[in-house]
Design a binder for this molecule. Structure first.
Ligand code: FES
Length: 277
């Protein structure tokens, strides 16, 4: 976040040097706008697709399944499946009272909250959508800056609790990836199986590289030497954390690709090639 320009009076009171009065919004000569533009397009595309995916849960007559399920693949947008119409082998219960509601809507709230409050995503969408600021050393259009110390942005601090919730969902997605090897009781591997396994790896790379996870592993310790296991976990998490942006994008794309793949197979648009051993 950029610091508001200090007034000459304030500078005189504090003894600090006031910022130079430069009219230009930035003196940068490079294409600083490219990254926020790409992020804006990428996030917007995902939001449009995820909204479509979350609402479209129609029944497919030809396969007698919902569009979010193609045996043995369950779309990650609809997992865990609690809704009316979930196939019995992936159903975690039937909340008939909410049958009018797309099952994705009350599941996605956790990954969505997790990503919205993620440290990386915050930086990315503050820059790309709020232009606050759009890039380093580029002036922002807003007159004041209150940071995340007041409502509504103070809510960003619940990130850790979303981490706990999505940790459980990550476990369920891993279970779905295991089920993707089960073809009517026989062990098999299909294109969809590979899609699910890759998606699970990306999801865990993102989940475990979280800054909150790093603190859970290594925070509030005075001596790592007295906690060798936590130190090892913290070291691994720190390595993942160093590539957190890459994991964030990889998992965002892979979860959409996985949902899209399931829809293509469930609708009969493509056939899932698999081999049963
Ligand atoms: S900081 Fe990105 S997931 Fe926690």
């Amino acid at each position: 976040m950029s610091t508001p320009t200090m007034s000459p009076r304030k500078a005189a009171q504090t003894g600090a040097q006031p910022r130079a009065a430069i009219e230009a919004r930035t003196l940068r000569q490079d294409r600083w706008w490219l990254q926020p533009l790409v992020i804006f397009i990428g996030f917007s595309a995902f939001v449009v697709y995820a909204t479509y995916g979350a609402f479209d849960h129609h029944f497919v007559q030809s396969t007698h399944t919902r569009i979010f399920y193609a045996d043995p693949y369950l779309s990650p947008f609809y997992s865990p499946c609690f809704a009316h119409g979930c196939p019995s082998n992936v159903s975690w219960g039937n909340l008939d009272v909410w049958s009018w509601l797309s099952p994705a809507l009350y599941i996605l709230i956790f990954p969505l909250g997790f990503r919205l409050t993620c440290y990386y995503y915050r930086k990315a969408y503050y820059r790309s959508f709020w232009l606050s600021p759009p890039a380093c050393a580029v002036g922002e259009p807003h007159g004041s800056y209150k940071g995340e110390s007041r409502f509504p942005l103070v809510v960003q601090n619940i990130h850790r609790y979303f981490w706990y919730a999505t940790f459980i969902i990550g476990g369920i997605l891993t279970y779905d990836a295991v089920l993707a090897f089960d073809f009517h009781g026989h062990f098999g591997v299909g294109v969809g199986t590979a899609v699910f396994v890759v998606n699970t790896i990306f999801i865990w790379g993102y989940q475990l590289g979280c800054h909150s996870c790093r603190h859970i592993m290594g925070g509030r310790l005075n001596h790592f030497s007295k906690h060798p296991i936590r130190y090892r976990c913290w070291t691994v998490v720190s390595k993942l954390n160093g590539k957190h942006m890459q994991w964030a994008w990889a998992s965002l794309i892979s979860v959409a690709v996985t949902d899209f793949y399931v829809r293509l197979v469930a609708s009969g648009t493509i056939t899932d090639y698999h081999h049963i051993f």
